[in-house]
Each structure stands twice: as C-alpha cells, then as structure tokens.
Write a protein that binds this ligand. Structure first.
Ligand code: TA6
Length: 309
C-alpha cells in the first residue's frame, strides 16, 4: 500500500485553447478538464494505474474539498483527509497551441495550528498499512516550515519508506530528517544550493552532495532528458526516447508515483529508473495530468536507455 500526502490539494482546471492567448482580450476555452490535483493526488492516480493499492491523505475544505473527494471517488482512489475550515484552492493550467502549458497556482487556504496538530496526531494511524509514503508539493499558509521534517520522522519511526518531492525551505528542512528518496528538478537544486547549474556534471555533483547527507536515493528529474539517480549502487541516467509531448504537467509527480511503486516492489535501482522514466514520459503523452496509457508506458519502456555514469 502507498499513501500519498498532499497538504495543499487543489482542483486542477486544465483549459484547452484553440487560439494563442492574447492578453487583454476575451478568450473562449475550447475544453475544460477538472481533476483532483495537487502533486500527491497526481501521484495517487499514477500509483493506481501502475497496479498498486493507494490512499490519499492531506487537507481538504469547503465546496472545493467536497468536489475534490467526488473526483477521487470517480477515479476510484480511496482517501482519509483532514477536513479544514478553509476552502481548497484551484490551480489553472492553460494549454495554448502557441506556447504549451502555463500554470497559475493559487497559494491555497490557511491551515490553523489546531488543524495541523490534529493531522499530525492522526498521521501514524493514516499510514499504518503503508509500505511507502509520498509527500508532495507546497504546504498551505500557516503551517510550520518544519512540517515535512516532522512527518518524515513519523514515517521513519514506523519503519516505512518515504519519498519527499517539494521545494525551497520545505525541501531544505525535510532533508534534515533523511527521507528514503528525494526528487528535486534542476530549478529546485539551484534554489537549495543557491547556485546556477551550468552542466550535467554540476547536476551530478549536487545530487551527490544530497546523497552524502544520508539520502539513499537521490533522483533529479531532467524533463525530456529523463532523470538521474544517485544511490549506493552508483550513478545512472535514464533517457527516454523522443516523444510528441502533449502536456508535461504532472510528469514529475508521475515519476514519484512510479518510484513509490518501485520501492514497494523492491526493484533494483536501474529497473526502478527505467520504470519511472517510462511512466513520466507516458504521462507527457496524455492531455490530462497524472495519468497515462499503460500500453504506451510499456512501449516507451523498451526504448528507455539506462546509462551507468
Ligand atoms: O506538478 C503539477 C501540479 O501538481 C499541478 O497539478 C498543480 O496542482 C501544482 O503542481 C501544485 O503545485 P504545488 O507546488 O503548489 O503543490
């Protein structure tokens, strides 16, 4: 069982446009697709598509919170949310034939200290049947900067594996609790070390610095170039075949979902990397976030190159 945690859940609204966006004008949206969003809920859909049991946890509130739970019911995803007074946010992804994807991410509602305490008290019970826990995305306003640090500590105390996928201060503080795996992208590496990445060697060097802190698996997602994995067995790059990208939103979350499944199944690192790169690429072929066609995933997987560096 894999529990995915999304503290800052969202109603993700994808606007499919047939004309290039012209600012200052009235634009008609050709098609709207609403999904239960926030990184961890994209992860949950991917875990289910990979054939593993999953449960979603985190905070939801208001009418959007009710709508989000109904979207998860339709996805067949089970959940155990902390219900809060605030209103769950919406995040807009505009898919424009001229520019690809532009996201507008609301900050989300405030979570009170009482709501945070109640969640942390329930958290060990929420993950009681989980082998792997994923913690993804931003945290709502009002939550302590050390919230992920506290959650990782609880997961590890129960002897379970934990993947952290976040950025900024939350990533920095979360690393202090030594999660099993982290998956920063290049921008998140630059923010973490306050540097500019100029080459693949730089990426490898900074990934090794994170590994040397005591993080067993460090994954750096590289967009169309796939991903880098630093672990005890060595340093690997997984390179996907070239594909016709439809929507890259959710690829990082899809990679996290696939790695969670790989950890649950105790895959060898290079097999886990191949599996995760194939799933993330297959997600890019879908216009919807956090979903993929398993047949396309399998086809891509046969053409993912694993290079030991
Ligand atoms: O990675 C894509 C995505 O999960 C979108 O679906 C949207 O929910 C956004 O990221 C949320 O990001 P945040 O960092 O605010 O949790």
């Amino acid at each position: 069982m894999i529990t995915t945690v999304t503290l800052n859940a969202s109603i993700d609204k994808a606007y499919h446009m047939t004309q290039k966006i012209e600012n200052g004008t009235v634009m008609r949206v050709a098609e709207t697709h609403n999904s239960a969003g926030g990184k961890g809920l994209n992860v949950a859909r991917v875990v289910k598509l990979c054939g593993s049991d999953t449960k979603a946890a985190g905070f939801v509130g208001g009418y959007n919170g009710q709508y989000l739970e109904s979207l998860l019911d339709a996805d067949g995803i089970s959940y155990e949310f902390e219900h809060i007074n605030g209103e769950t946010r919406s995040c807009i992804n505009i898919l424009d034939p001229g520019y690809g994807s532009t996201e507008y991410l609301e900050g989300g509602c405030e979570v009170t200290a009482e709501e945070e305490t109640s969640f942390l008290e329930r958290f060990p019970g929420i993950i009681r049947n989980s082998d792997v826990v994923t913690i993804s995305g931003s945290a709502p306003r009002g939550m302590g900067r050390d919230i992920y640090q506290k959650m990782i500590r609880i997961v590890k105390k129960l002897g379970r594996k934990v993947i952290l996928d976040t950025s900024g201060e939350y990533l920095k503080r979360g690393l202090e609790s030594l999660p099993t795996m982290v998956k920063p992208n290049k921008d998140e590496i630059e923010m973490l070390f306050d540097i500019k990445v100029r080459s693949q060697e730089d990426v490898i060097g900074y990934a090794q610095k994170i590994y040397e802190k005591g993080i067993p698996y460090v994954v750096i997602s590289l967009g169309g170039e796939g991903a880098l994995l630093v672990c005890k067995k060595g340093i690997y790059q997984g390179k996907p075949p070239r594909i016709e990208v439809v929507n890259t939103v959710g690829c990082g979350d899809s990679m996290v979902g696939a790695f969670a499944v790989a950890l649950e199944r105790n895959m060898e690192p290079e097999d886990a990397l191949k599996f995760a790169v194939a799933v993330a690429s297959a997600n890019a072929l879908s216009s919807n976030t956090g979903t993929f066609d398993p047949a396309k995933r399998d086809e891509i997987s046969q053409n993912v190159k694993i290079i030991k560096l």
